[in-house]
Design a protein around this ligand. Structure first.
Ligand code: ACM
Ligand code: ZN
Length: 489
């Protein structure tokens, strides 16, 4: 038998494909993908590029689309190397979350990011559609959600906070905000689907929901004197009115979004009003609960069953692990990686988006050189270094990875793009490329070239040429006060 030596090379593409070789392939495509998982086969493709023509092989339109995006990126970069690219994804969930509540960026912005995601072979856009700072999705069942909270006093989240969380209406010339109509969201879903991207809507509960109680106070806790606990950030899990609203809204949401997954939040409920509430007390007695936090588990499980009865699965932030994980839930690990590990050990699917590596609202460079951001340093190098599969995790249950862009400090579409690019390139490579084919030094060069393409396409990006030595070093923590930075800062 002839020994076929295959020369494997890196190619100027993000994400880096599984295999590029300057030779033509001798293997039939079906044989090449036979050992892959069915969801990998669905996206797998092979491109054979010669002087005269480009041949595309794939089993599905999705595979052909991924191939087309590879070609498009190579052409944009100005380099169509001859040879064979054989490619398929490492993970089936390759996501980006955008927070549209704290700042509202609009349909054109979302479509533009979908275009970028398609070029990077990302396939999930998770939209955080409601939070205390405003409800952003039309509801016919509960129209005051947008009618009373889609506009606020204060352009930035912090101006709104400083002004004591005041809402206003669309006709207020000083109001800030907006919301997506059902028609716009249907258009967005189609736009994304044409690019093989699923839009996963998030309806947050029971925390981060002050705006819901503002619009419909019957979902709030009731004190022993019969007065409603106005201004609370959590919904009342004891009250039937809460379920009536959530279920009606979720039905509308599921009607708009065909996604197999519906995100129902679950993070950071303060639970402050629950111990004083007569409806919560009654619910606890009925259910035999001894701790108020069990009410959160009750709400999440009840909503999960409702969503499941409509043939969908829920995703919840990793807090759902603490109060009895609903039967069919997917856990999204955000407080580090522990949630993901625990979830898979308990037989639950998980998505990894630890804030340490995947929160692109965190600083990407030195505090003094960057717009005000959050947390520690999530530099390009640091986020690139994220390995989603950690020790003790069951790989069968690891669906994939996701970058999250929270927008308390990000008011404009331009600023949002600045935080996303080039870090989203790193996420794309972590999500698609085999871990063994990743190499930061070599990635940095490819990312730098692609960043020029993004700028030419009209994206506002971070400037890699002015990146500090500290960010380039890949350190996570800013040195403590008084400790000198590396010399070139
Ligand atoms: C989160 O960042 N609170 C999910
Ligand atoms: Zn209550």
């Amino acid at each position: 038998m002839r020994l076929l030596l295959t020369l494997l090379l890196a190619i100027g593409l993000v994400p880096q494909p599984v295999q590029y070789t300057p030779q033509k392939s001798r293997e039939c495509f079906r044989e090449a993908v036979v050992s892959l998982e069915p969801w990998q086969q669905q996206e797998a493709y092979r491109l054979t590029i010669s002087k005269k023509r480009v041949k595309t092989e794939a089993l599905t339109p999705e595979g052909r689309f991924r191939a087309q995006k590879t070609l498009e990126q190579l052409r944009l970069l100005g380099d169509l190397p001859q040879g064979t690219i054989f490619d398929y994804p490492r993970f089936r969930h390759r996501g980006l979350m955008i927070d549209e509540s704290r700042s509202f960026k609009g349909l054109d912005f979302l479509k533009k990011q979908i275009d970028a995601m398609a070029l990077l072979k990302l396939n999930v856009l998770h939209l955080h559609l409601d939070d205390s700072a405003g409800w952003r999705i039309e509801s016919e069942a509960f129209p005051d959600l947008t009618g009373k909270t889609a506009f606020r006093k204060g352009y930035t989240y912090h101006e709104w906070e400083a002004g004591k969380y005041k809402f206003t209406t669309a006709d207020d010339p000083e109001g800030y905000g907006g919301y997506y109509t059902k028609e716009q969201l249907r258009e967005l879903v189609l736009y994304a689907a044409a690019r093989f991207i699923t839009v996963i809507p998030e309806i947050e509960m029971p925390g981060h929901s002050m705006e819901v109680g503002y619009a419909y106070p019957e979902v709030l806790c009731v004190l022993p004197d019969g007065k409603t606990h106005t201004g609370a950030w959590d919904l009342c899990p004891g009250n039937e009115a809460t379920y009536k609203l959530l279920e009606a809204v979720l039905e509308e949401v599921m009607d708009i979004f065909p996604s197999p997954f519906i995100h129902i939040g679950g993070d950071e409920a303060t639970m402050k009003t629950w111990p004083q509430c007569i409806n919560c007390a009654r619910r606890m007695e009925e259910e035999g609960f001894t701790q108020v936090r069990q009410l959160q588990g009750y709400l999440m499980r009840r909503i999960e069953a409702f969503v499941r009865s409509h043939g969908r699965r829920i995703i919840g932030w990793d807090e759902i692990l603490e109060t009895g994980v609903p039967e069919d839930a997917v856990v999204q690990s955000w407080r580090g990686v522990e949630g993901g590990r625990k979830a898979t050990q308990q037989g639950h699917d998980c998505i990894m988006s630890p804030n340490t590596h995947c929160y692109y609202n965190y600083y990407q460079d030195l505090i003094r050189k960057e717009p005000k951001a959050v947390g520690e340093l999530v530099s390009l190098r640091f986020t690139y270094g994220f390995e989603p599969l950690s020790e003790g995790m069951d790989p069968v249950h690891l669906l994939g990875v996701q970058a999250n862009l929270w927008t308390e400090l990000i008011s404009s579409p331009e600023h949002a793009e600045y935080m996303l690019y080039p870090r989203l390139f790193a996420m794309a490579e972590t999500a698609w490329t085999p871990a063994s084919a990743k190499n930061f030094k070599e990635f940095r060069g490819r990312a730098r070239a692609l960043l020029d393409v993004f700028r030419a396409l009209g994206y506002n990006t971070f400037d890699m040429d002015t990146e500090s030595g500290l960010a380039r070093s890949g350190l996570q923590r800013f040195p403590p006060e008084g400790v000198p930075l590396p010399v070139d800062n």
